[in-house]
Write a protein that binds this ligand. Structure first.
Ligand code: MN
Length: 308
């Protein structure tokens, strides 16, 4: 996934904590990624981080025939991990370290950019004609952000049957995934007419996004395409649904230092962002994605974050 905003200004993302549990409803921004309509739930002006989670795009559900709804040409990343999670459909991933993975529903595709990687994400030639999923980015902590790029694909993830629903861990928690700061991502299924109560790590801040169906959180009705920021110090969460629902839960310990985000890069200074842009444009640092046919994405003009 790539940020295709025409002239993105570098954004400072600093943890802004709610001292107590809250329920803050934040409407996702409607945008598009090439031909693919998306709703961006992070970053938002009112909330740029949830723990280390700094980006959340929701796309689909959609049906298609013939065309290729996802076709993200080669583009670079630094300082973050990309998380692809599908509810329906398929994506084929290729990257500059030679990885190839067919991503299917219930599988985690996890790319660690470290000091620099380039990748592509496409609807494969052979497909189900459906696409429905999310892409998230995790900002890497300082100790890990200049590490070697890596790619991991997890076909089996822990699923626990709880009273009232299912908890499928995507990252962190019971899942032995490659991550670098305390965090959680999980797909929660709430059965029809059921209540699902889950313990939460009080050291984390959390947020919820409805993926399908309808649900309520402690009697408050939740609507689609809205990020519900839940604050920190919350020990449990009580969800309910009349007709059944799936939700995405994300959380983690707040980042200790503010990060700068611009285009597809997470860094700490304007100079680092500019250097990454220059290296991409000069075909340095980031190797080519050899499996992709077609031109790569050009970096937009850099607009530094004003030093205040
Ligand atoms: Mn990407």
């Amino acid at each position: 996934m790539s940020n295709l905003h025409p002239s993105p200004e570098a954004e400072e993302c600093a943890a802004s904590l709610a001292p107590a549990p809250v329920v803050q409803a934040l409407a996702a921004r409607v945008s598009s990624l090439g031909a693919l309509p998306i709703r961006r739930a992070l970053p938002l002006r009112e909330r740029r981080l949830v723990g280390p989670w700094c980006f959340l795009d929701r796309y689909g559900p959609l049906s298609f025939a013939g065309e290729k709804p996802m076709d993200v040409a080669p583009h670079p990343h630094i300082g973050l991990q990309t998380v692809s999670w599908l509810l329906e459909g398929e994506i084929i991933h290729h990257d500059s370290i030679g990885s190839e993975a067919l991503v299917r529903p219930g599988e985690l595709s996890l790319m660690t950019a470290g000091s620099g990687i380039a990748h592509t994400e496409e609807t494969p030639q052979s497909n189900s004609g459906k696409l429905n999923g999310v892409q998230l980015w995790v900002a890497l902590p300082d100790a890990a952000r200049n590490g070697q790029p890596a790619f991991h694909h997890y076909r089996e993830l822990p699923v626990v049957e709880e009273r009232g629903g299912l908890v499928r861990t995507i990252m962190g928690g019971r899942a032995a995934t490659n991550h670098f700061s305390p965090l959680i991502a999980a797909e929660l299924t709430i059965h029809r007419g059921a209540a699902l109560e889950l313990p939460l790590d009080a050291a984390f801040e959390h947020a919820l996004l409805i993926l399908d169906g309808e649900a309520s959180l402690a009697e408050q009705r939740l609507v689609p395409d809205t990020l519900y920021y839940l604050g920190q110090h919350r020990r449990s969460m009580a969800l309910g649904s009349v007709d059944g629902a799936r939700c995405l839960l994300i959380g983690g310990t707040p980042l200790e230092e503010p990060v700068l985000m611009w285009w597809n890069f997470v860094a700490r200074s304007n100079a680092e962002l500019e250097a990454a842009r220059r290296d991409w444009e000069a075909h340095q640092r980031f190797a080519e994605v050899k499996a992709y046919r077609g031109p790569r994405l050009d970096a937009p003009a850099f607009v530094p974050r004003p030093i205040r």
